[in-house]
Design a protein around this ligand. Structure first.
Ligand SMILES: [Fe+2]
Length: 225
């Protein structure tokens, strides 16, 4: 499997976003499997589930609406490459029904408890397989196909869609990343935002009850990562 260093375009944020989604799927599985608390209540009230859905939609939406269309134009006469893009798009489309089914379960107290676990397992399996596919085959095609300008547009689209959520998205995306990767990603944002990340965003994120664990407790979300 390639790493961010193997590409001409800077893939650091792409990998960080994917790793954050994988990390949160682990938390979701842990909450759904917890025997001591009501997983439904935790997922419906703690911030983590809504954040996962919102940020997943930002990332998938930018790929679906900006990246794949730009690539489809360039690859119009290459059916094998177009088939890969179509497969990645179809994998995205398979995620929303699972998110909606989980929300329906959270909203209906009469649903059998095991239904939530079955659905979160299916979500993790489906999404992790998609990430493996995108990283294993998709990123090389992206790297070889998009221009510098198109790659910048893709990054700008993330910034636009994240908008006022940046104070939460950045610490969430960088949670668990090593210092070198964190510094590399922060170098790409303007200094005032970088200062806000270090001085305000990070501490606010650490105080957040993301998965039903009181901030500062031995099992606070930060330590889980
Ligand atoms: Fe991606």
């Amino acid at each position: 499997m390639n790493t961010a260093m193997d590409y001409k375009h800077d893939m650091a944020m792409m990998f960080a976003f994917h790793d954050a989604l994988r990390r949160e799927l682990g938390h979701i599985a842990r909450v759904a499997a917890a025997g001591t608390d009501d997983p439904r209540r935790v997922m419906a009230t703690a911030a983590g589930w809504q954040m996962f859905k919102d940020y997943l939609h930002v990332h998938h939406g930018c790929e679906d609406d900006v990246l794949w269309p730009a690539m489809e134009k360039t690859l119009a006469d290459r059916p094998d490459d177009l088939a890969l893009l179509a497969a990645l798009e179809a994998e995205h489309a398979a995620i929303d029904p699972l998110l909606n089914a989980i929300d329906a379960t959270l909203a209906n107290a009469a649903t059998p408890p095991e239904r939530l676990g079955d659905l979160t397992d299916a979500l993790a399996t489906t999404h992790n397989a998609h990430l493996r596919h995108e990283e294993g085959e998709g990123l090389s095609l992206i790297d070889a196909t998009v221009t510098d300008e198109q790659w910048q547009d893709f990054g700008q689209e993330h910034a636009k869609r994240i908008g006022p959520d940046a104070p939460r998205v950045f610490p969430w995306m960088l949670d668990g990343l090593d210092n070198a990767k964190t510094d590399h990603i922060l170098e790409a944002i303007p200094e005032p935002l970088r200062a806000a990340y270090r001085n305000q965003w990070l501490s606010a994120y650490r105080q957040l009850d993301r998965w039903g664990v009181p901030p500062g407790s031995p099992e606070s979300p930060r330590e889980w990562s």
